[in-house]
Design a protein around this ligand. Structure first.
Ligand code: Q0Z
Length: 293
């Protein structure tokens, strides 16, 4: 199959991004599409794809001391039409598990905790409040569902799927180390990294490599630290304007998602740019200049 982008073969596509085949390497492209309540809106958020790609590139550069990554370039080999929102990456043999790390109890983890007192087989202290910080970050892997939602599994099931318990232990330890490094960095800049999801692969030398996107608002929950308060769900750093507007709009959260009004698009775009600048400490314009976008 081929698509609009420089006629490259499409390898995989998700709700808001695509991967193309470059032969020896892959091209990962982030779109400006946005989803809320798991449904993609017809209205794009200008620059969202460039913010996410810039953030992912920032974190790859910052975390190479923890684990190797698939990043090759955000300039060489990137077609003009996707400049700033695409990166060339190494091809990997991906591991068949999603590597989630949670520092706070929220989302599906909160639901599982309420029902069982545990998340991914890890027993948590009683009496936790929604969105509360955990005593220590936990590794809560899940399956990679082709369609529908990923299913929480415990470490032993993840090891079984990967077929190598020692490798899975390293994946767990690296995942937690990446989360701790990023959460400390974000917290110093007034942002809570509540949880995040990594995908790992093996390169041609069977070395462990972190791939996909890392520590972006689409693969993580970022919360503004100044209004953090356990006991209820927290506002999302990036998507809260859209969610608030959608909740008041009468939309029942089933497809199709409604068009987003201009003021909500502009507010949301500003939040993405603010996330980039807070987390990286650099003007977003520098990313655009660096990539020729
Ligand atoms: C990641 C995904 C996306 C849809 C394949 N370096 C790599 N080598 C081999 N495969 C992948 C990667 Cl990143 C790979 N995905 C997840 C990403 C759209 C699915 F942008 N699929």
């Amino acid at each position: 199959m081929t698509t609009a982008i420089a006629d490259l073969p499409l390898v995989a596509s998700g709700k808001v991004r695509e991967i193309y085949d470059l032969g020896e390497r892959l091209l990962m492209v982030a779109s400006d599409r946005i989803s809320t309540y798991d449904v993609v809106h017809p209205t794009p958020i200008p620059d969202k794809g460039r913010v996410l790609t810039g953030l992912s590139a920032f974190w790859f550069a910052k975390t190479g001391h923890i684990v190797a990554n698939h990043y090759v370039s955000a300039t060489e080999g990137v077609p003009d039409e996707v400049r700033g929102r695409a990166m060339v990456v190494r091809k990997l043999e991906m591991l068949p598990v999603e590597c989630v790390v949670r520092g706070y109890i929220t989302g599906s983890g909160w639901k599982d905790y309420l029902a069982t007192g545990s998340v991914s087989g890890i027993e948590l202290p009683p009496g936790l409040k929604e969105s509360e910080r955990l005593p220590t970050p936990i590794f809560t892997p899940s399956t990679k569902a082709e369609t529908g939602h990923d299913e929480a599994i415990d470490f032993e099931q993840a090891a079984e799927l990967v077929g190598d318990r020692e490798l899975m232990a390293r994946v767990r330890d690296v995942s937690v180390a990446l989360y701790c490094f990023a959460a400390d960095h974000a917290r110093e800049r007034g942002v809570i990294l509540a949880d995040t999801k990594f995908e790992f692969g093996l390169d041609g030398s069977s070395e462990l490599v972190v791939g996909d996107e890392v520590l972006t608002p689409d693969s993580s929950r970022y919360w503004p630290a100044d209004v953090y308060e356990p006991g209820h769900g927290q506002p999302s750093f990036d998507k809260q304007f859209v969610r608030d507007w959608a909740s008041g709009s009468g939309w029942d959260k089933t497809p199709p998602a409604p068009a987003i009004p201009d003021d909500v698009v502009e507010g949301t775009r500003a939040r993405y740019v603010e996330a980039y600048e807070r987390i990286t400490g650099e003007p977003f314009a520098s990313w655009l200049a660096r990539t020729g976008a």
